[in-house]
Each structure stands twice: as C-alpha cells, then as structure tokens.
Design a protein around this ligand. Structure first.
Ligand code: UDP
Ligand code: MG
Length: 342
C-alpha cells in the first residue's frame, strides 16, 4: 500500500519506520545576516534532506530562523523563505536582544525531538550534525560541538577565548573547553533549560547545569561565509563577564582575600613604624610613604566596590524579571510560548 506524504509517495513500511525516527529542529539566530542567508538556508535544507534520506531523522524536521532585530534585509528574506517552504519557520523579535536571547527565543518555538543550535554564518559545519544525532541515538541528551582548531578565527579571538576558558576554570565554572553554542539537545533537555528563569543568559554554562548524559563531537571551525562578525569586542566582553557573574561568586571572595592581605600588610607596616620610633628615637620619614599606600588602598577599594556593583547590577536586572524578548512575528508556525520568566 502506498501513501502520499509531503508530495512524495511512500510505502507503508517507510512510514512506519519514519514514525520511529526522531524529528530534528535546527535553530539559527540571525542578526544582519542578509549576505549569508541564502547559502545558509540552502546548505541547511540540504542537510535535512541528507539526514532524512539517510534514515536519521523523520520528515517532520524543520529549520527555525530567529531574526534578532536586524536592520538589513534579513527579515523580508526570512519571511519569504518561510512562506515558500513548509520546512522553514521564521520568528522575528521586536528588537535586537543579542545572540543568547535570540537563540533562546528559537528554542522556545521548537517542539521536535532533537534541537540543534547553530550560527547563521555556518562556521560550525552542519555536516557534523550527523555525528551529533548518532550520539543522541546512543543515549546522549546533550551533544556539545567542540572546535578542535580555530585557525579560521583571528589571532586575537583565539588568544582571548583560550584565556577566558582558563579563567573560568580557575573560578570553578564547569565549561566545555572550546564549545560555543553549536550543540544538540534532546526535547527533555530543551524543556528543562526553558525552565531556567534568569534574565542574563549564558546558555553554554546553563546547559552544563542540566546534568543530563552528555558527549562531545569535535570539528574544525570554518571561516565565516560572508559578512563580518556580529560579536565585536564590546559584545564579547559583555558575554564573557555575564558568564563570570552568572556562574561564579569567586570575584566577591577574592575581595575578602584582598582585604585580608592588605590588612596583614598594614599591620606589618604599623609594627615597623612603631619599631623605628621606639628603638631608634626617630620617625619614619616621608610624605611618599604615606601617600603611596593611601592612594593604592583607595584605588583597590574603588575597584572592589566596582566588582560588588557589577553583581548588584546583575541582581537588579534579575529581580525585575522582565521578559527576555518579545516576539513580533512568526511565519510558518503557530506563535508560541514562553517569553521568559512570568
Ligand atoms: N547574532 C544574533 N544577535 C546578535 C549578534 C549575533 O542573533 O546581536 C547571531 C549572528 O547572526 C550569528 C551568531 O549570533 O548567527 C553568531 O555571531 P557571529 O558569527 O557574528 O559571531 P562569531 O562567530 O564571530 O563569534
Ligand atoms: Mg561566526
């Protein structure tokens, strides 16, 4: 017996087999990506086809593009793609909310069994998704894409990234080395992640918190297809700091330690001053010996206040519990769901 499904004739056996296959959602956040969008869509649709024909995913698999308030032609292009192709869902946010929020918005739209998040510039090759699915089918609920070498990134980006992972490790934050946001998650992992109420998202850290069975898949990072990085230094620093403050209070402890050390030094200094006064009859001379420690300790105190202020600011943002984003438009699916903490 034969059935007509999605315009393709399929046998009953095929359909039964299809029903057991997991469906896949690929979520792509896009910010001013008009230059790469066409190639990216072509390659991702091709990836879905290949995986489906290879018997790894069901026909109910989809691409989810999230327009993160782009100012170029990204949204009109996405709208058109989604209207023309039933396998594409386009979501528009009301304004630019940043990569992590855009990705989260995309995750919240999906209902498939497996969800892969990937950047629009395809620096993380979609050919690696097959290996991720294989790991999923062997029982992993989270599969991290790990960049084996990053020759395609600038020297500066490589060095800062390497340094950052080391600092995070020293702070006791459990991150997967060289993993950004290219990963596969099971439905359960995504649904669990969506319950996390924090406003300041640092997804690669939050996914580690989930604690489901996880594996890694290594790959070589490609160069950006076209256009330029949407992560200038300012945004990189902001994400890096978000990672520190959202996952570690070690900087606050370091302040206490600093206080103890400088207190110890001050005691030593007092003892020395008294010693000189009592046993040599003279006083320790000098304007400089007073001013240097005063200025130094003053600046250290200001720095410490700054660190405390950073945490206070983050707490302020969290307690407001504002929605992380607003969805302006959805094409190709029913508008859904969670926009952040209630
Ligand atoms: N992105 C986004 N919103 C932003 C900045 C970036 O959705 O405000 C997306 C961007 O379109 C891309 C991904 O985040 O899909 C990663 O950005 P990019 O490739 O520029 O970062 P890099 O690879 O240089 O770290
Ligand atoms: Mg990139």
């Amino acid at each position: 017996m034969e059935f007509l499904k999605d315009g393709v004739t399929t046998s009953a056996g095929d359909l039964a087999q299809q029903a057991q296959l997991p469906s896949l959602a690929i979520v792509v956040p896009c910010y001013n990506e008009e230059e790469v969008l066409e190639d990216t869509t072509g390659e991702l649709l091709h990836t879905l086809d290949r995986l489906q024909h290879g018997g790894q995913i069901s026909a109910a698999s989809k691409l989810y593009f999230v327009d993160d308030g782009s100012r170029d032609a990204t949204w009109p292009m996405l709208e058109k793609l989604a209207a023309e192709n039933p396998r594409i869902v386009a979501v528009a946010l009301s304004r630019n909310r940043g990569h992590q929020n855009a990705l989260y918005a995309g995750l919240a739209q999906t209902s498939e069994d497996m969800v892969v998040s990937i950047d629009a510039d395809l620096q993380d090759g979609p050919e690696n998704i097959a290996a991720m699915i294989a790991a999923y089918r062997q029982g992993s609920e989270v599969v991290y894409g790990v960049r084996e070498q990053r020759d395609s990134d600038t020297w500066f980006k490589r060095v800062t990234a390497e340094g950052y992972y080391r600092v995070m490790q020293a702070l006791g934050v459990d991150l997967v080395f060289n993993h950004a946001d290219f990963r596969l998650m099971s439905r359960r992992a995504v649904d669990t992640l969506l319950q996390y109420p924090e406003t300041n998202l640092f997804l690669r850290g939050m996914v580690r918190e989930l604690g489901f069975t996880a594996t890694t898949v290594c790959y070589t990072r490609r160069a950006r297809l076209a256009g330029e990085s949407k992560y200038p230094l300012r945004r990189m620093l902001s994400l890096a700091w978000k990672g520190v403050t959202a996952f570690s209070i070690a900087p606050l402890r370091a302040i206490t330690l600093l206080g103890l050390i400088s207190g110890g030094l001050a005691l030593g200094l007092i003892a020395w001053v008294l010693f000189v006064k009592m046993f040599s009859g003279s006083v320790v001379p000098g304007w400089a010996s007073i001013m240097v420690p005063v200025l130094f300790i003053g600046s250290v105190q200001l720095l410490c206040l700054g660190v405390i202020g950073e945490y206070l600011g983050k707490i302020y943002e969290e307690v407001k519990r504002r929605p992380r984003f607003h969805v302006r438009d959805v094409v190709g699916a029913e508008p859904a769901l969670d926009q952040g903490p209630e």
